[in-house]
Design a protein. Structure first.
Length: 496
């Protein structure tokens, strides 16, 4: 590239045009800022989540709260669903009140406060207050960060899927180091020190983002659908009434740990239906945009099925790792949470491979519906791979077996998760850009909450039906989506 070309590129970037910028591994340079903040946010998120379940069901003598495993798994599943459900609120605030960029910054502060609460407030009060803050903050951060990544590319930029795959690498760098370090601190010093490290990680992310936020495109600071000022008091009143209603339901016992996952599933499903109705009935979208939203529906359903199994890494697979996995290495037993760093290792290795693959294939790569179908099918195959190890007894399953299973999970994840983030920005009507990303996260919310509810059916002494039936259902859903991929692609109106 000549010096004139370089100068022209800098001028374009300075003006907020990143479509010609390739300064970050062939991608727009502002992607580095989002890559960094998401790395630290995921460090704190997965670091905390890596020790959360065992904190809930370990006995007080081991530093835990002593809940039964079914209730503890339901809480973790409901919390996971709550994180993705909160993307709806975050997306709405970003599109109508604050912009994506401001919402991201404020959400990161809220996440940090949640981790501080877990670290400093003992018992169930710390868990309740901390998890609510982390869920709200993470929800706002996830929808907005993904939306901002989408603004770096023009609609026909073939680098988009590769860019999201690279962004996903940042997610998994944090997901790799978080459980390793918090798990080590938990096993040697205590749970609250581990939660404290998660807070430090989020603080580091905020510092890094503060230096790079000015380089983000102008579109990240725009309000696609501004809320009229006279409606602000109504919004505040609704928010206060909602908080009061939830508090009353919790204090009265109508919402409790036992039914929390089911409540999250129902609320999320109703929210998703309402969102689809609002978008599809809007007079502000074109016929092509409406068709693309219809195309998103089968992808949404397949995604929900995928995440209901994949997210069991934080429920059933954590219990499995604690009770069924042989974690001995030369006479030393490594922490339970370290298992959750296996998947990020594969993501780190393979996300670059997939990014190069999609870039090389260009317009010859499989369509989005086919990728979704293969991803859902793949996670089902991963569950079936548990079946050969049914008779190994307590802590008898070799680590290499779980490594193989999580390798299959990773392949499935890379076929669906970054592609889902990408397609939600490609299919989004202009007036609902961030909120379409939130719709994708609602599918993750349903799956995450379902993973906690399904964990109640898991019996370590009779695992065959559990892994066999759920694996077969996921495979069937994946096959169906592949078979209907052509009509779905037709609805996508030129988006592939």
């Amino acid at each position: 590239m000549s010096s004139l070309d370089k100068g022209g590129q800098k001028d374009a970037v300075a003006a907020g045009d990143t479509t010609q910028d390739s300064g970050f591994f062939g991608q727009p340079r502002p992607l580095a800022t989002l890559f960094g903040v998401e790395t630290w946010e995921r460090f704190s998120f997965y670091g905390m989540q890596g020790i959360l379940l065992i904190y809930l069901y370990y006995s007080a003598a081991r530093g835990g709260l002593g809940l039964d495993q079914t209730t503890a798994a339901a809480i973790v599943g409901a919390y996971g669903g709550g994180v993705y459900l909160a993307t709806v609120l975050g997306a709405w605030v970003a599109d109508r009140m604050l912009s994506s960029e401001r919402t991201l910054f404020i959400s990161a502060v809220v996440v940090m406060c949640g981790h501080i609460a877990l670290a400093l407030i003992p018992g169930f009060a710390g868990v309740g207050f901390g998890l609510v803050l982390i869920a709200l903050g993470s929800g706002g951060l996830k929808a907005t960060a993904t939306s901002i990544v989408g603004t770096l590319y023009s609609p026909d930029d073939t680098r988009r899927d590769a860019g999201f795959s690279l962004y996903y690498l940042g997610v998994n760098l944090g997901a790799f180091f978080g459980p390793l370090l918090t798990g080590l601190l938990q096993s040697t010093v205590g749970f609250h020190i581990g939660f404290g490290l998660a807070a430090v990680g989020m603080a580091a992310g905020l510092v890094q983002y503060s230096f790079g936020r000015t380089r983000l495109p102008d579109a990240a600071r725009q309000l696609p659908n501004p809320l009229p000022r006279q409606r602000y008091p109504l919004v505040i009143a609704v928010a206060v009434a909602g908080i009061a209603a939830i508090a009353i339901l919790v204090l009265s016992g109508l919402i409790n740990a036992g039914n929390l996952a089911v409540i999250v599933i129902v609320i999320t499903a109703l929210a998703a239906i309402a969102y689809f109705i609002v978008i599809l009935s809007s007079a502000a979208i074109t016929a092509d945009e409406r068709s693309r939203v219809y195309a998103f529906i089968p992808l949404f359903l397949a995604s929900a099925a995928f995440w209901s199994i994949y997210q069991q890494q934080f429920t059933v697979l954590t219990i499995y790792s604690d009770q069924r996995l042989n974690r001995q290495i030369f006479g030393w037993e490594f922490p339970v949470s370290w298992v959750q760093s296996i998947n990020p290792i594969f993501i780190i290795i393979l996300s670059g491979v997939f990014a190069v693959l999609w870039t090389k294939l260009g317009r010859r790569q499989p369509s989005t519906p086919v990728k979704f179908g293969l991803g859902t099918l793949g996670v089902g195959v991963g569950f079936l791979l548990f079946l050969p190890f049914l008779g190994t007894g307590r802590n008898g399953t070799p680590v290499l077996a779980l490594v193989l299973i999580l390798f299959v999970f990773t392949i499935a994840e890379l076929l669906l998760s970054p592609i889902g983030l990408s397609v939600s920005t490609k299919l989004a009507p202009e007036r609902f850009r961030t909120q379409m990303v939130a719709l994708f996260f609602l599918s993750v919310a349903i799956g995450s909450a379902a993973s906690g509810q399904l964990a109640a059916l898991y019996d370590p002494t009779n695992e065959g039906p559990y892994f066999g039936i759920l694996g077969a259902i996921a495979i069937a859903i994946g096959v169906v989506l592949i078979l209907i991929s052509r009509p779905v692609l037709k609805l996508m109106r030129g988006v592939s």
